[in-house]
Design a protein around this ligand. Structure first.
Ligand code: AMP
Length: 223
């Protein structure tokens, strides 16, 4: 098994790229936020302990996150997954060390760390322009692929809706928090020469091509 870490601010297309990587390399996408939400839904005692912090948007203790990650890694190894993409973890410098130990214990090499980079102004347009149809679920973007009639779904004419956290003020705050949190972690990986920055402003296909080029280099180097 092998591992990579994927960073990218909200709106950078990280979810799309992770899904493509999963399909291409038979890897698993280990997003710690999703892991907590799933565990909470099945009333897992570990996740229940973290519930209040999560609701307040605060970080859960490193100990708890690491326990969840270790459990998940063992499960993935047991089913013979070829690799894992960490997303949302590590979130601070202590977690970098915990990840190193968890991987080392299982003889899983960390191939590298990818950071999708997109200009803040483009992210704000991508996120604040998002609209969807509450009836059929079709997605639009007011700037990049608007509906034919303003605020109406092309298919059923219903009024389009906007996620409550997609307002410009909240988006800028989410981007600020993301930058503040991830900066030291990315710098630590940069010092270890593991970080590769990928421009994420291009089309999903072109961004993916670049990522595949990088990942193939990593896997070849590993031999
Ligand atoms: P996310 O979906 O990545 O924003 O994560 C949702 C919530 O899960 C966060 O607000 C934290 O409460 C918790 N969480 C996820 N990953 C971590 C992590 N690496 N360290 C601490 N808390 C985390």
């Amino acid at each position: 098994m092998e591992a990579i870490v994927l960073f990218g601010p909200p709106g950078s297309g990280k979810g799309t790229q992770a899904a493509r990587l999963v399909e291409r390399y038979d890897w698993s996408h280990l997003a710690t936020g999703d892991l907590f939400r799933e565990a909470l839904a099945r009333r897992d005692p570990l996740a229940l302990k973290a519930q209040d912090l999560m609701k307040a948007g605060q970080l859960v203790s490193d100990e708890l996150v690491v326990q969840m990650v270790r459990k998940k890694l063992s499960q993935l190894q047991a089913v013979g997954k070829r690799g894992v993409i960490f997303d949302g973890f590590p979130r601070n410098e202590a977690q970098i060390g915990h990840l190193d130990t968890a991987l080392h214990d299982r003889s899983i090499p960390l191939l590298g760390v990818l950071a999708l980079e997109v200009d803040d102004e483009l992210l704000v347009r991508r996120l604040s322009g998002r609209r969807s149809c509450p009836t059929c679920g079709r997605d639009y973007n007011l700037y990049f692929h608007p509906p034919r009639v303003a605020d109406r779904c092309d298919d059923d004419g219903d009024v389009l809706i906007c996620r409550p956290d997609d307002t410009e003020k909240i988006i800028r705050e989410r981007l600020r928090v993301y930058g503040k949190q991830t900066q030291p972690v990315m710098l630590a990986y940069e010092k270890r020469e593991l970080l590769v920055r990928v421009p994420g402003h291009d089309t999903p296909d072109r961004v993916f091509q670049q990522i595949v080029g990088i990942v193939n280099q990593w896997t070849r180097r590993r031999g």
